[in-house]
Design a protein around this ligand. Structure first.
Ligand code: SF4
Length: 501
């Protein structure tokens, strides 16, 4: 990935290489590049899949291919060229608009000009979405060392598309707008996978996929020179793209395999991204007049706050999700490894997210479409996870949704919904009287319900055993004996409103 200065025509100090770099366009003319593209396209019947991020590099690659293929006789335009773009569902809204309208134009112009391009957006599965993981399962906001999002939100959806096309056609060629000048690491990875005597390289993951990088030798100046001099063939204006760069000051690449630079280093990715220290892109957009984005920035900054090492014990669980055990730091550290976000905090986060959605839409102009920050399917999945894993008898998702949005969704009644808030209240009272953790009893009752009526009940005993093996003591008991721990640090007493000021 590259970073550019405010002026898109300014040279970019992207790879820090001291050697003088020679423009690719000085070495090869555009017509030679078009010819290479045509030769590669007509050499076999493997379909092409172009990874399009909406940024300058993938726009350049797509534009070059468009012009090259347009000049082929109709009878040689035989194989499909799929243009795919990952929508993480938490993309910065202005970037989504840019990508969506580009893909629509690509399809419209391809049909009008009878070209073999076909544009698609690819999305993460509901269960893999950002908010289902963050709020539903309590994954902490991603950082450099725990960047759980890129695979789930970007790589897997693109991989699924590639695998689907491989099963349909046998093999595919993936086109990326990657450039060696982006970084030394990028150059090394690209060289590692190259295949001698061909412009193709091996895909780092799939044996039946190959990669073609038509602008691999281009410098950032080549890219902007080209985009400023050659009109966009699908009816867009490349100057609008340059303007978007001036606001965002960077781009998130189309992450299609693990050799692609991390989008987490970029400032042009998801609006929720906490891998970067500050979201310069959103700040610039707000400064440039998009004040309605301010609540989004506040929500992102709230997530960032939870990464403060001093605040981790406020927001994070002591016990791990899978085995319910407390784990001590190793590798010389002292204290406890903080786990998933606490359930109470996740409930607060859901409320805050819905309030953010409301506020953003109140601030947007009347001619702007309603901006949905979390989809109904995600809310339903979060509800399912909470009811199952957190024994959420109070059924907090519909309650919080109703309190904030003033309406109800079409909530399905599931088996787990058999226990109610009233029953939870009675159970809490009885458990407190007898000094038994209410969640332990709820989990056991949920388990019994799940297995109710089953002929074979052997599995339930192992599951009961696993529940009892979890840590059910008080915070003091759980942290006792762990060096460097202060028991009171682990209570949840966050005032989210105060944190956001
Ligand atoms: S932009 Fe940030 S949040 Fe989005 S996938 Fe990349 S690293 Fe994750």
């Amino acid at each position: 990935m590259s970073s550019v200065s405010d002026d898109p025509n300014e040279p970019d100090a992207e790879n820090g290489d001291d050697e003088e770099q020679v423009s690719a366009l000085d070495r090869r003319s555009l017509s030679e590049i078009h010819q290479e593209i045509r030769d590669t396209y007509t050499a076999d019947d493997r379909p092409w899949v172009i990874g399009y991020s909406g940024g300058k590099d993938s726009t350049t690659a797509l534009q070059l291919i468009w012009y090259a293929i347009k000049d082929l006789p109709d009878e040689e335009q035989t194989k499909p060229i799929y243009v795919i773009s990952s929508d993480t569902l938490v993309e910065t809204p202005k970037i989504v608009d840019h990508i969506t309208s580009t893909l629509e134009n690509v399809n419209e112009y391809a049909e009008k000009q009878d070209l073999p391009f076909e544009a698609h957006k690819v999305y993460p599965d509901v269960s893999d979405s950002f908010f289902v993981n963050l709020i539903g399962r309590g994954y902490p906001a991603p950082n450099q060392t725990f960047r759980w999002c890129t695979d789930r939100l970007k790589i897997d959806p693109a991989d699924n598309f590639i695998v689907d096309k491989v099963s349909e056609h046998g093999e595919v060629i993936v086109i990326l707008g990657a450039r060696k000048a982006e970084s030394k690491t990028r150059e090394q990875v690209m060289n590692l996978h190259s295949i001698d005597g061909t412009v193709l390289s091996r895909h780092s993951k799939f044996a039946n996929a190959f990669v073609y990088t038509p602008i691999e030798d281009w410098l950032v100046d080549d890219v902007w020179d080209y985009l400023m001099q050659v009109d966009c063939p699908w009816g867009k204006d490349n100057r609008d793209l340059a303007a978007l760069y001036q606001e965002a000051d960077d781009e998130c690449p189309m992450v299609i395999d693990t050799s692609t630079p991390s989008c987490g280093d970029s400032r042009f990715g998801c609006w929720t991204c906490t891998v970067v220290e500050e979201d310069k892109a959103m700040e610039n957009m707000i400064d440039a007049g998009d004040g309605w984005m301010e609540p989004l920035l506040e929500f992102r900054d709230l997530l960032k706050t939870t990464q403060d090492p001093k605040k981790k014990s406020t927001f994070r669980e002591l016990k791990g999700r899978r085995f319910g055990r407390v784990k001590e730091k190793n590798n010389g550290g002292t204290g406890i490894i903080p786990r998933a976000y606490k359930f109470e905090f996740r409930q607060d986060l859901l409320r805050k997210l819905l309030e953010t959605e409301k506020k953003v839409n109140e601030l947007r102009n009347e001619d702007q479409e309603y901006l949905e920050l979390i989809r109904d399917a995600e809310l339903k999945e979060i509800r399912r996870i909470w009811r199952q894993e957190e024994a959420d008898w109070e059924d907090s998702v519909p309650r919080i949704y109703n309190e904030v949005m003033g309406e109800d969704l079409d909530w399905a009644q599931d088996d787990l919904g058999a226990f109610t808030a009233e029953e939870a209240e009675v159970l809490n009272e009885v458990c407190n009287r007898h000094d038994v953790p209410p969640k332990l009893v709820k989990r056991l009752l949920n388990l019994e319900r799940e297995h109710h009526g089953m002929k074979r009940r052997a599995a339930i005993y192992n599951k009961i055993d696993a529940i009892f093996r979890e840590e059910w003591g008080t915070v003091e008991e759980m942290v006792a004996g762990i060096e460097g721990e202060e028991p009171e640090n682990w209570e949840y007493d966050a005032d989210i409103e105060a944190l956001m000021k």
